[in-house]
Write a protein that binds this ligand. Structure first.
Ligand code: 5GP
Length: 202
C-alpha cells in the first residue's frame, strides 16, 4: 500500500478554504481525509463536538500539550488550536492522504516536523474580492473589516514556506487544482525505490 502524504491548506480568513476542502472531500472521498483539531474556543451555533473541533478548556489543552499529543499548536485570536498526532496517524495508516486545514504558523511548524509535507496556500483573486467576501458573511463590523485588511498583508508574509498557490476565483477550478496537486504529489517517487519494487531487488 502506498503511503499517504500530509497536505496543509491555508489562506487568509474568508478566502473559502473551508468550502474548498469540504467540496474536495465530497467529490473525491478516496483521495484524502481531513482531521478534527482541538480548540479552546467555544462552539459556534451549529457546531458539534468531534465534528468541527474537539472543544477543550485551557487546562485540558495544557495537559494534552504536556502529554505530547499535538503535531502542532498555535495561539490565535486569543484562543488555542492544535492538530492531534493521533488523528494524522489514523488517516495515514489507512493509506490515505491527510489534509490539515490550519493557519500559516501551524503550516510552517508542520513543515519543520514533517519536511515532506506539502503546503498549499489559497489566494483570493484580489484584496477587494477578499474584503467583499468577509462583508458578505455579515458577522464583522466596518472596523473589524479594516483590521482584517491590515492582517491580510501579514498573512501573506507568513506564506513564504508554502509550495503551491491556488487562486480561488472559481470554486470548481480551485477544487480541481488542489486535487491535481494531491494526485501529482502522489506520483512523485525516486528511481531506486521504483526499480526495487518493480524487480523485487536493488
Ligand atoms: P475558526 O476558529 O474560525 O474555526 O478557525 C480559526 C483559524 O484557525 C482558521 O484559520 C483555521 O484554519 C485555524 N485552525 C483550525 N484548527 C487548527 C489547528 O489545529 N492548528 C492550527 N495551526 N490552526 C488551526
Amino acid at each position: 500500500m502506498k503511503k499517504g502524504k500530509v497536505f496543509v491548506i491555508s489562506g487568509p480568513s474568508g478566502v473559502g478554504k473551508g468550502t474548498i476542502c469540504a467540496e474536495l472531500m465530497k467529490k473525491y472521498p478516496d483521495l484524502a481525509a481531513t482531521t478534527v483539531s482541538v480548540t479552546t474556543r467555544a462552539p459556534r451555533p451549529g457546531e458539534q463536538e468531534g465534528v468541527q473541533y474537539y472543544y477543550r478548556s485551557d487546562e485540558q489543552f495544557d495537559k494534552m500539550l504536556s502529554d505530547g499529543l499535538f503535531l502542532e499548536t498555535v495561539d490565535k485570536f486569543t484562543h488555542r488550536y492544535g492538530t492531534l498526532q493521533s488523528e494524522v496517524e489514523k488517516v495515514l495508516s489507512e493509506g490515505k492522504n491527510v489534509i490539515l486545514e490550519i493557519e500559516m504558523i501551524g503550516g510552517a511548524n508542520v513543515k519543520k516536523r514533517i519536511p515532506e509535507a506539502v503546503l498549499i496556500f489559497i489566494l483570493p483573486p484580489s484584496l477587494e474580492a477578499l474584503t467583499g467576501r468577509i462583508k458578505g458573511r455579515g458577522s464583522e463590523t466596518e472596523e473589524e473589516i479594516r483590521i482584517r485588511q491590515a492582517q491580510v498583508e501579514t498573512e501573506f508574509d507568513q506564506a513564504e514556506p508554502y509550495q503551491y498557490f491556488v487562486v480561488n476565483d472559481d470554486l470548481f477550478e480551485a477544487v480541481e487544482r488542489v486535487k491535481d496537486i494531491i494526485v501529482a504529489e502522489g506520483l512523485k517517487d525516486d528511481y531506486r525505490s521504483v526499480k526495487k519494487n518493480f524487480f523485487g531487488r536493488e
